[in-house]
Design a protein around this ligand. Structure first.
Ligand code: FAD
Length: 533
């Protein structure tokens, strides 16, 4: 066993209080997929952990660090419990002739990439979509399961924004991107955020609404069929406190059977029907603009390198990977802005059964000035246990007990923090220095959530003291349209107009609600503008 592995095994055993070497080795193997910084801090961390007394002394003065370590353990538990599965779909790589000159190569198959692919293929272009993740047929992996975490999330969900408070975030890495793993909660832009975002992207209300309706039709946005108000926790509390409280529509079909409407069964399927080819397990490393084409350098999972050629490229690898590809290709500056919705967690128990394995349909609550939002978090039992671990609860709970519990979040939009993708060696690392106002928002939104849950009948609440570590699943805004000097109003690179961006990177400011809907409308707008050039 290498020294690094031993460090992780010790780390695991000490913090999960387990002596199970097999689980520990599995943890060690998985954790190696985590970002480079986690690995580079492993030695000092390992040394620290081997001197438990020192660690306890230090951590008692650094509750955030202690929580962070616990948080890692909570998530590590998720990962190590995940059963192994064989890959489902073979790569298409061998079926493609690399001499082909494509009209359009789309990098990434999330919402932004799938829209670009469909609109390109409909316009008669020869399109290739290149996706780094694996292809799993829709519904072949259980939603919100441990298998999904390990198979369809980048680094098993262990990604960090480093800074004054580390933020753990998850990204989808699979055919269809984040749309396949998320809950499908759909928000239209509202209030002043709608006005500001439309103004930044230079769209009229009429144009935006038309594209919004198009997106809603394409992915079947609708409320659930049940139509009742759940009588528990968050909803009861929010109604009592006079907050806006609604069921959130989702991209979903209910007939003939219930089906999540991710990109695979909507935009991507239609792009394929219009002739687009899709290549999975293929990671784009860099782009090289040549006079007659753009060369796209791709590595498959075995490390084999291929070059594909295209007249035009759409970069849709997501808010963090799109800038990284530009950076590796030497087509950008060395730092990018970053934006996200910080999320704080809480778990509440009630004296009745409220959770038969997960909580849907999903309700959210907010104040009328759109400052804070509160909602259900994934509450499948393994996720619930991991969330409890991450907020300081070591006790084990039976399924009976878990059926009376659920996880919740509060979230808000950043205001005075400084978040950036900073250059670190050959890569860009997400970083944040939280501002005074945002630190206050964390405390306030977290306290409000606990008050709501108490008012909604919670019999026990976690975290017992302080606030939870910060997490997010909504990252955006690394190349904000309207203010980034790298791109024009069609999302094209100013220095290389054959490369266009189509993903969450473009979001000019926090949409406040769940962002995928707004990202999709924005990408439809970019595709329309590109088409009319
Ligand atoms: C767990 C979770 C829950 C969420 N819940 C919701 C929700 O309920 N409602 C909502 O509105 N939003 C939700 N979101 C956010 C939403 O999924 C994202 O905003 C959306 O997917 C962003 O789309 P995108 O096109 O920018 O990028 P992504 O969906 O991230 O797609 C990028 C794709 O590019 C691929 N890629 C990356 N690098 C490369 C490379 N080098 N080469 C080739 N391919 C590459 C990735 O594998 C990925 O498939 C959630 C996200 C997560 C992770």
């Amino acid at each position: 066993m290498s020294r690094n592995n031993r460090t992780f095994v010790n780390f695991y055993c000490r913090y999960t209080k387990s002596q199970n070497q097999i689980k520990a080795a599995l943890f060690s193997e998985r954790i190696h997929q985590a970002p480079i910084l986690l690995i580079s801090i492993s030695k000092p961390l390992g040394l620290l952990l081997s001197r438990s007394q020192i660690l306890d002394n230090i951590c008692s003065r650094m509750p955030i660090t202690k929580l962070f370590v616990r948080f890692l353990c909570g998530n590590a538990q998720l990962i190590l419990k995940s059963p192994e599965h064989a890959p489902v779909t073979p790569s298409l790589q061998d079926f493609l002739n690399t001499d082909t000159l494509f009209d359009l190569i789309v990098i990434g198959s999330g919402p932004g990439g799938s829209i670009a692919a469909l609109r390109g293929a409909e316009a008669g272009k020869k399109v290739l979509v290149v996706e780094a993740g694996e292809a799993y047929p829709p519904s072949s992996i259980e939603h919100h399961s441990l298998t999904q975490t390990i198979r369809q999330f980048r680094n098993g969900g262990l990604n960090f924004i480093w800074g004054t408070k580390p933020v753990l975030f998850a990204e989808g890495m699979t055919l269809g991107g984040g749309s396949e793993v998320n809950s499908g909660l759909y928000h239209r832009l509202e209030g002043h955020r709608r006005t500001e975002i439309l103004s930044a992207v230079g769209a009229s209300e009429e144009e935006w609404s038309e594209l919004e309706k198009l997106v809603e039709r394409e992915v079947s946005v609708q409320l659930s069929q049940e139509g009742t108000t759940p009588d528990h926790g968050l909803v009861l509390g929010a109604l009592r406190e006079g907050l806006v409280c609604k069921e959130i529509p989702r991209w979903r079909k209910y007939e003939p059977s219930e089906e999540h409407q991710g990109m695979q069964v909507t935009y991507l399927q239609r792009a394929k029907n219009s002739g687009a080819k899709v290549l999975v397990n293929a990671q784009v490393n860099r782009l090289t603009p040549k006079k007659e084409c753009i060369e796209v350098e791709i590595y498959d999972t075995a490390g084999a390198r291929r070059i594909f050629k295209s007249k035009e490229v759409v970069l849709a690898a997501g808010t963090l990977e799109t800038p990284r590809i530009l950076h590796r290709s030497k087509l950008s500056s060395s730092s990018f802005p970053l934006n996200f919705h910080p999320m704080l967690r809480a778990v509440a128990a009630q004296n009745k059964v409220i959770n038969d394995g997960d909580l849907f349909p999903s309700w959210q609550a907010w104040d009328t000035d759109h400052r804070y939002k509160y909602g259900y978090s994934v509450s499948t039992y393994p996720y619930l246990i991991a969330t409890l671990r991450s907020i300081g609860e070591d006790r084990d709970f039976s399924d009976n007990e878990l059926s009376c519990m659920a996880a919740y979040f509060s979230s808000f939009a950043l205001s005075d923090s400084k978040a950036k993708l900073r250059r670190f060696g050959n890569t860009l690392i997400p970083t944040i220095i939280f501002g005074k106002k945002d630190n206050e928002s964390m405390r306030e939104s977290s306290k409000n959530l606990m008050d709501l849950l108490r008012s909604g009948g919670a019999t026990e609440l976690w975290p017992k003291k302080g606030i939870s570590p910060v997490t997010t699943v909504h990252v955006f805004g690394s190349m904000p349209i309207g203010s980034s000097t790298l791109i024009n109003d069609k999302g094209r690179l100013i220095t290389e107009s054959r490369i266009r961006i189509s993903d969450g990177s473009l979001m000019p400011q926090a949409p406040w609600g769940n962002p995928q809907g707004a990202i999709m409308v924005l990408c439809e707008l970019m595709a329309k503008r590109a088409h009319h050039e």
